[in-house]
Design a binder for this molecule. Structure first.
Ligand SMILES: [Fe+2]
Ligand SMILES: [Fe+2]
Length: 223
């Protein structure tokens, strides 16, 4: 199926990536706390996964705050921009803790850092769920389709694409993270948005050698 760009679909896909990855990370963190250790075999992959959560969530918030909300503010006057931006700030306060937690996970203070991670993820989730639900109330596929004509939609979609490509670094970790935290059907939508990445780089040995550590945290069909 050929994908007709709709900004609401792009936002919704990224919400799904963030929601799933926060759940997966919280689950693995909880399991590790219960067992009192971070499984050596998956440790590097888990740390990469956490770094990707930080990058994707930060990029998503910056995209909304800098591009999406200003663009739609006049088109959707009832959009609670101030509240949504404040919530980005609240999530950011927890996300910034990753700066200390991630190096600590690699060091000796494993249990305290897992406890801090658990606390940070709980704090993020507490704001994230009502936040994304509120956004999804205003940015529905139908509403956005009615508000923005096709040419404008393509133009905006391209602006968002460039914004993401610039910030999803290192691309050989963050792009696979974005694709493979989506179910296959939604992956197809992103494959059409980033055809060069999906058809060549993602499955190339050069990239796969680097992202395969994270594979156990992706959708089960990913090997
Ligand atoms: Fe947001
Ligand atoms: Fe959002």
């Amino acid at each position: 199926m050929v994908y007709e760009p709709n900004l609401a679909i792009d936002l919704l896909c990224t919400h799904n990536v963030i929601t799933r990855s926060l759940e997966v990370a919280a689950e693995h963190c909880g399991q590790s706390l219960r067992s009192g250790e971070l499984d050596e075999a998956s440790k590097d992959g888990f740390i990469d996964y956490l770094e990707c959560i930080r990058t994707v969530l930060t990029t998503h918030h910056h995209l909304e705050t800098q591009k999406v909300f200003p663009y739609f503010q006049n088109k959707i006057p009832e959009l609670p921009v101030k509240q949504l931006n404040q919530e980005h700030g609240k999530i950011g306060i927890h996300l910034i803790k990753f700066d200390d937690i991630i190096p600590d996970l690699k060091g000796d203070s494993l249990i305290p850092s897992l406890e801090q991670l658990n606390e940070a993820l709980t704090g993020i989730n507490h704001v994230w769920y009502p936040h994304k639900e509120l956004e999804e109330k205003y940015f529905t596929v139908e509403k956005i389709g009615n508000l923005v004509d096709k040419d404008e939609m393509r133009g905006q979609s391209e602006i968002y694409r460039e914004f993401i490509i610039e910030r999803y670094q290192p691309d050989y970790l963050v792009m696979p993270f974005q694709f493979y935290n989506l179910p296959p059907k939604e992956r197809d939508i992103w494959a059409q948005k980033f055809p060069e990445i999906f058809t060549h780089k993602l499955i190339s040995t050069e990239w796969k050698d680097k992202w395969s550590n994270m594979a156990e945290f992706f959708y089960p069909d990913v090997e």
